[in-house]
Ligand binder design. Structure first.
Ligand code: ADP
Length: 373
């Protein structure tokens, strides 16, 4: 591909022009000669070359000015310019030429092999640059597609869960009515069936409500610059008062920082993590939950550590997926808690991850941006 590149060879000195043109043609490039700046500009418009070999000292428009004009116009800005001048005045001219947009610089007398190698390397660089630009464009298109399908999915989850609420309300209230009005006419077995229908409908309501909450997180995030995590944790603990007391759990935290974020969502995040730390306790060990913070550049890493049952490493990623549970209904839950945590953290440009030793405990860590204290 580089071999077929088109080059304009500009020099007012005929023997010098011939020598360079000859070396480049022999190397397989298509070469057009010009002896003035005006002619160089004309040939650039006519042939759309890949590269211009440009003598700095020309009789009409100087080489540096030709380069400036090429780089200033959108049609010709991508033409590579290799400036060439006499060695005695090379240093100041090299600086001016490169500052005016030239892509490379050589001094006379130019060795033919060095010339061909320099042209080849500039063309390779341009090819790599173009490939990178194409990959970037493709990446932004893919990113836009991904964002759109994510939004579509979110919208779908929102509509589906919203619309499912209405028929479900009917199932619950009519089952309720049926149970009350037909209780005496039903046998034990039928009453069990009915109870099972009602229980399943209630469970479905919890799942739908959770899905609705989950689908709304991204769109409803309202970021504020100064959220005191100590206050956020207090709220979360208050909301968990009953399970904490029932489990005899001890929740303690070091002084937590001020972060940038959405207060309600951060309460939800800590509440889910502390709630799980209490819920997934070992049967014979009182739950101990510790919350710590460590600053790393513009982020805080917050850790919620427990001494519970722990999680096998093969589930480290899977537990963050919606509705993924490692437990049956002996432990209540819908499997959406950690998915919500991940969405909240990602809506804050952070990350969440798990470290755990099965049988000894788990540590959930997440990052949040530093706030304005
Ligand atoms: P849920 O608690 O409703 O099942 P989550 O999404 O909060 O849903 O958690 C997913 C699964 O991850 C849980 O079912 C449980 O098996 C496991 N898990 C979560 N937190 C902990 C923890 N602190 N210790 C042990 N297992 C946990």
């Amino acid at each position: 591909m580089t071999k077929q590149a088109v080059i304009i060879n500009v020099d007012d000195n005929a023997p010098g022009r011939y020598a360079k043109g000859h070396a480049l043609s022999r190397a397989g490039f298509t070469v057009y000669d010009a002896s003035t700046g005006a002619e160089a500009m004309e040939l650039a418009t006519k042939y759309h070359p890949d590269l211009m070999l440009l003598d700095v000292n020309l009789p009409d428009i100087g080489g540096i000015e030709v380069c400036r004009r090429l780089k200033a116009s959108a049609d010709s800005a991508s033409i590579l310019v290799l400036q060439i001048s006499a060695s005695a005045i090379a240093a100041p001219q090299a600086t001016t030429a490169l500052n005016s947009g030239a892509d490379g610089y050589l001094t006379e007398p130019v060795d033919p092999d060095v010339l061909v190698a320099t042209v080849g390397s500039l063309l390779r660089l341009r090819k790599a640059e173009r490939a990178l630009a194409a990959a970037n464009t493709q990446l932004s298109v893919l990113n836009a597609d991904l964002r759109r399908s994510n939004e579509d999915l979110q919208q779908f989850a929102f509509i589906a869960s919203h619309d499912l609420q209405e028929p479900l309300r009917n199932v619950i209230s009519f089952s309720d009515l049926l149970e009350r009005s037909a209780r005496n006419r039903l046998g034990t077995e039928e009453r069990d069936y009915l109870r099972f229908i009602v229980q399943s409908a209630y469970r479905m309501r919890v799942l739908i409500d959770d899905l609705l909450r989950y689908s709304q997180i991204g769109q409803q995030t309202k970021i504020s610059g100064s959220i005191d995590l100590n206050v956020v944790l207090q709220w979360a603990i208050e909301n968990l008062q009953q399970p904490i007391q029932e489990a005899g759990a001890c929740v303690n935290a070091e002084v937590l920082p001020v972060v940038t974020g959405d207060e309600r969502q951060l309460v939800q995040l800590l509440q889910n993590l502390v709630g799980n730390a209490v819920k997934y306790r070992r049967p014979d060990v009182a739950p101990l939950v510790r919350i710590t913070a460590e600053r790393q550049n513009q982020h805080w890493i917050i850790r919620v550590q427990d001494n519970g049952i722990g999680i096998e490493s093969e589930y480290r990623e899977a537990i963050f997926a919606p509705f993924k549970r490692l437990h049956g209904m002996e432990v209540p839950g819908s499997g959406i808690g950690l998915a919500v945590c991940r969405r909240v953290v990602e809506a804050h440009d952070g990350q969440i991850w798990l470290e755990s030793i099965p049988g000894q405990g788990s540590t959930f860590s997440f990052t949040l941006p530093v706030g304005l204290s």
